[in-house]
Design a protein around this ligand. Sequence first.
Ligand code: DGL
Length: 264
Amino acid sequence: MQPIILIDSGIGGLTVLKSLLPLMPNENFIYFADQKYCPYGNRKDNYLIIRLCKIAQFINHYNPKLVIIACNTASRFKWTVEKFLTCPVLDVITPTVCHVSKVLKAKKVLILATKSTANGGAYQTLFAKENVFAKAIPCSEFVEKIENMQIYQNDFYRLVDNKLRLTNLQSYDTIIYGCTHFGFADKIFRQFFNENKNIVECGNCVAEFVKSNQYCAILPHQNFANSQQIQILTTGDCKKLIKQLDFYSLKYSQISNVELSENC
Ligand code: DGL
């Protein structure tokens, strides 16, 4: 059975996988975490492009039916991944902008993202086309804390406070977690936001997009046999990954390590 493959620098994209699982009970998933080279958020564009070339060539061997770049930072380079694959490739930025502008009808959005995503401007450009004002705050520092399972430490709370202190949060109708890792710290972030604000995670937007667009064809027809296999591949340390999956209560069938060196 052809798998659906999700890719990210680390565990962040598992927030996307979590939203997809109930939609596709009979699909097999492969999740690729490039943890040896995580975080991506402070990397130069060229580095990320080369990395994605490698990953795309590698995952092509699995003959996927759909590839989801479950990483905002890498989503800007979707074309790189597409070059090596014949199946559809979905990024996380397009579905998120689509949901926030068309469904939520937001007018002023604040995006918490990595430095690469915030400065790369993909969100801002797409939102400008929809006449939505968008500002992005670079918050790359959060990624390592989330990868290292340190979100319940005071240090993390202080870091978030320092980042958000100078922004008038009340003036935004919508907050977007523009990094798939950030969903794991939702409880902490929410302490800073007022209750009636829209708080948006990419994973939910991708799930909506898959449901309502051309990707519908891959959905099973009311057959809830739930035979999902979730294979996780990491370029990092399997033992650490098992701890992370346990810490964030994530489900999986199998974990393996893959070598994918830096040089092309
Ligand atoms: N989870 C990723 C994102 O959505 C990458 C974070 C990182 O590696 O810096 O941007």
